[in-house]
Each structure stands twice: as C-alpha cells, then as structure tokens.
Write a protein that binds this ligand. Structure first.
Ligand code: ADP
Ligand code: ADP
Length: 223
C-alpha cells in the first residue's frame, strides 16, 4: 500500500504542480488520469524519490519514503515517459547489463531473472535483435522488462501508451494487468480508456489536484 498525505510541490518558476494530494493506493493497477500539464509526471517523480515534496508525506508499506529513499529505491521499478534506449544493443545484452547494475551478480540468478522477463514481456524471440529495430510496443515492453529487474514491489509507468497502435496498446495493458496481480502499479495516462479498460481504482488529476477518485466507472459517471 502506498499512502500519500497532503503532498505539495511548487517549482522555482511558481508552478504549483502538486497541490494537496492525498491518495491511498493498494496492490493492482492504479490509474492516474489527467491532461498534459496536470501534474502526473511531477507526482510520479516525487513518489520515485527523484524530487522531494515541499511538504506532506509518502509511505510505502509503512516506510517513510521521503526520509528513507534508499529503501524505496530498492523496491521501485520506474518507466519514465521519455525512456531512452541504446539502439544498437540487443534486449538480452542491455537487460543483463542493467541486472548487473541492480546488483544481480550471481550469474545463474541473473540469467533466470533476465530470461523470465524476456518471456513475460513477449520479447524472447526478439531478444538478440538490436532495440533500434523494435516497434514502439516492443520498446515499451522492453522498458517494462527493465523496470521489473530486481522484482520491485512498486512499479511506476508514465504515459506508456501514448503513440502505441491499438494492438500494441492492448498487449501492453494486459502485461500491466498481470504485473498488477502481485504489486502496486501506477499508470499515468491522458487516455480515459486506459483507465476504464484496466484499472480497478483511479484518480483524476487536474492542475496538481485530485479532482475525483474511486472506481473508474463510478468516478467518471459523477462528472
Ligand atoms: P503531466 O505529467 O500531467 O503532463 P507535469 O507534472 O509534467 O504534468 O507538469 C505539471 C506542471 O508543472 C506543468 O505546468 C509543467 O509545465 C510544470 N513543470 C513540470 N516540471 C517542471 C519543472 N522541472 N520546472 C518547472 N515547471 C515544471
Ligand atoms: P508490438 O509493436 O505491440 O510489439 P508486434 O510484436 O506485432 O507489435 O511487433 C511489430 C513488428 O515487430 C512486426 O513488424 C513484427 O514483424 C516485429 N516483431 C514482433 N515480434 C517479433 C519477434 N519476436 N521477432 C522478430 N520480429 C518481431
């Protein structure tokens, strides 16, 4: 369970990007819905400990995330919006490389983890191809494989479906649903259907505030 209480963040330019956000996020895929500029990325970067809130608290499974960043980082998988990949390297090579950086130094364990993730994300057949040759959907699935290294218990994915065609999108959302059976997944999106198709719970964000939250259909019907 991830619990945000009265979070605030104002950037030096005066934009109040997170304005008194309070949310309780259980296991499963939680949809963070809002238009561009609503504050979704700001909220996700703050949860991911890439920036500090000005005030308020974040607790993950009882641990104070603002005070104990290292603890959260060990449990975090983060797929940023502008995820960049190294084009001429294969998925297998790059995942192995990230796995070593994650501290998976035992060769057998590393292989098991990397091969498992390539299967889970449906990239096994393409594992030896350069990532540069991948479609948008394959790149996003590679991004998820990378985020899942180290078996995180909190997975954050920022606008992953933007630019995917319908097949790619469905495949990607199904993958997230399976991941959400075990851990907390936060999906940010500006596409209403991502949330209604996939998320048991959601919050709508606008100008840094939580405008409504709950089960998608119930919440959206109140609009
Ligand atoms: P979203 O992810 O929903 O598009 P963002 O969190 O990226 O929203 O942005 C929320 C608001 O904060 C926007 O007005 C944006 O211009 C502003 N903003 C985002 N990051 C910064 C930053 N590093 N410095 C100043 N303003 C920022
Ligand atoms: P997505 O974009 O959702 O990953 P596909 O997996 O169907 O959609 O991939 C789109 C393109 O990538 C297709 O042209 C397909 O030929 C190629 N491709 C997909 N999977 C593989 C694979 N395992 N090996 C080789 N090429 C693949």
């Amino acid at each position: 369970m991830l619990i945000l209480k009265n979070l605030h963040k104002t950037y030096p330019n005066g934009v109040h990007a997170i304005n008194d956000v309070t949310l309780a996020i259980p296991n499963g895929v939680f949809g963070l819905l809002g238009p561009n500029g609503a504050g979704k990325s700001s909220l996700m970067r703050t949860i991911a400990t890439l920036q500090e809130p000005d005030s308020g608290s974040i607790h993950f499974d009882g641990v104070d995330v603002v005070k104990d960043k290292a603890c959260l980082r060990r449990q975090l998988g983060y797929l940023p919006q502008d995820f960049g990949v190294y084009p001429k390297v294969s998925a297998l090579e790059l995942l192995n490389h990230f796995a070593v950086l994650k501290g998976l130094t035992h060769k057998g364990e590393r292989r098991e983890m990397v091969e498992g993730l390539l299967h889970q994300t449906n990239l096994w057949e393409a594992r030896k191809r350069a990532i540069a040759s991948y479609s948008g959907g394959m790149r996003q699935r590679f991004g998820i494989a990378q985020a899942l290294l180290g078996a995180p218990r909190l997975v954050i994915v920022d606008e992953p479906t933007a630019g995917l065609d319908p097949d790619e999108r469905n495949r990607f959302l199904n993958l997230l649903a399976r991941i959400g059976e075990h851990v907390v997944v936060i999906l940010s999106t500006h596409i209403v259907e991502d949330v209604t198709d996939l998320c048991p719970r959601m919050a709508m964000i606008g100008r840094g505030r939580v405008l409504l939250q709950g089960r998608p259909q119930t919440a959206i019907d109140t609009l």
